[in-house]
Design a protein around this ligand. Structure first.
Ligand code: AMP
Length: 398
């Protein structure tokens, strides 16, 4: 799945239409509360400026559902981008049409123009060919740097590539494809996947896909309890997906026949209430009291999981080991984050994918110490399910 990248094209004098992810959080006064996504797009933008191209940026923000709604405007993102680049950034309050085309025509080499939210038009999410064609008219080259939107076949991520010949990955996208694609397709062995989070339901396809690829599959977090119950254990008030019990029994049977080693928690931290100040204790998974719920993995489990991680040469991690938002139940997740860092130092390729494990590794302040932290929640999960992402597939092959 090798794709052309921005480095494969001569950008000089070219109108470079870039799909970025400027879907930034805004407060009620339209102040950006976290600009990490804008910062992450700077290498690609600077490359085009430095090479003497014209940068035309498009993105979605929120879910305006085809309507022009001021609270979803990309104007604040354009202003912030100007501050970060230290140069004027142009903004036009639509993404297609005459006004936009003339703004593009007026651009000089090295100029940067941000288009208004593509989701102000229904054609974006419907992947309408006419809308995609109008977007495509704005560029000579298309670059996709929005991995987090690549699992959706929308006009700005997929449709547009039907009308522009030269389509490639930006630097952010390239890194995601390298780690989630190539590294996990040809993993150094042993290869270990560690999954957690609240529910099995969103991750069944990930489990089914990974169990045939990995050497070890570890499951922690809330989802472990449905498996423990499927093994006939008493899990008290712990999270249970009753309707997924049968599926868990099936998965356990499949795992028995697969070559992958499968690990579940052996001890858990339990409490009576789902609050940080609820008294807690660690118990074996054989002795979970009926009145309590498991909210984190215990020390023995941490050791068991850690030993396995430190033996691995490739690790992919998705989902926290416990309710990491509450400090008393964050220890297991933080210990796993630290184990990933250690494994990375020893030379393993370590990939963290999915929204909550990213939040967890950031909470531990360790996001720079693993090989790759994926920016795309849904997109990275779909990658791990073995699906082909339309926004990636649409880019030119090497
Ligand atoms: P997900 O979005 O499925 O990855 O789930 C992430 C959420 O799972 C986080 O908000 C965690 O607090 C939650 N979680 C992890 N472990 C548990 C647990 N043992 N019981 C309840 N929720 C949990």
């Amino acid at each position: 799945m090798k794709k052309l990248t921005i480095d494969n094209f001569d950008l000089k004098d070219k109108r470079v239409l870039v799909r970025v992810d400027f879907n930034v959080p805004l407060d009620e006064n339209q102040n950006i509360t976290n600009d990490i996504r804008i910062k992450a797009s700077l290498p690609t933008i600077n490359k085009i400026i430095n090479d003497g191209g014209k940068v035309i940026l498009m993105s979605h923000l929120g879910r305006p559902k085809g309507e022009r709604k001021q609270e979803f405007s990309l104007k604040p993102a354009a202003v912030r981008l100007g501050e970060l680049l230290g140069k004027e950034v142009l903004f036009v309050d639509d993404c297609i049409g005459e006004e936009v085309e003339s703004a593009v025509n007026r651009m000089k080499l090295g100029d940067v123009l941000v288009l208004e939210n593509v989701r102000f038009h229904n054609g974006e999410t419907k992947n309408d060919p006419d809308f995609a064609k109008q977007l495509a008219q704005l560029g000579d080259i298309y670059i996709n740097d929005a991995f987090g939107s690549a699992h959706r076949a929308h006009a700005s991520t997929e449709g547009v590539t039907r009308f522009i010949e030269r389509c490639a990955a930006g630097y952010l996208m390239e890194k995601e494809i390298d780690y989630l694609g190539s590294a996990l397709a040809n993993p150094g062995r042993p290869y270990c996947a560690i999954l957690g989070g609240a529910k099995i339901s969103g991750k069944i396809d990930v489990i089914n896909n990974l169990m045939n690829k990995v050497d070890t599959l570890i499951v922690g977090g809330g989802m472990a309890f449905t498996f423990l119950k499927a093994q006939g254990k008493e899990i008290g008030k712990s999270l249970l997906e009753e309707e997924k019990l049968e599926m868990a029994v099936d998965i356990l049977a499949k795992l028995k026949n697969s070559k992958a080693k499968f690990l579940l928690p052996v001890d858990v931290v339990v409490a009576e209430e789902f609050t940080n100040d609820s008294a807690f204790e660690t118990v074996s998974v054989e002795n979970i009291p009926a009145s309590k719920m498991g909210l984190d993995i215990g020390l023995e489990t941490i050791k068991l999981f850690k030993d396995e991680l430190l033996k691995s040469n490739t690790i992919v991690w998705n989902g926290p080991m416990g309710v990491f938002e509450m400090d008393n139940f964050a220890k297991g997740t933080i210990a796993i984050a630290q184990a990933l860092v250690k494994a990375t130092e020893k030379g393993a390729v370590t990939v963290v994918g999915g929204g909550d494990s990213v939040a967890a590794i950031s909470k531990a302040g360790l996001e720079d110490k693993v090989s790759h932290v994926s920016t795309g929640g849904g997109a990275s999960l779909e990658f791990l399910e073995g699906k082909i992402l339309p926004g990636v597939a649409a880019l030119n092959d090497v």
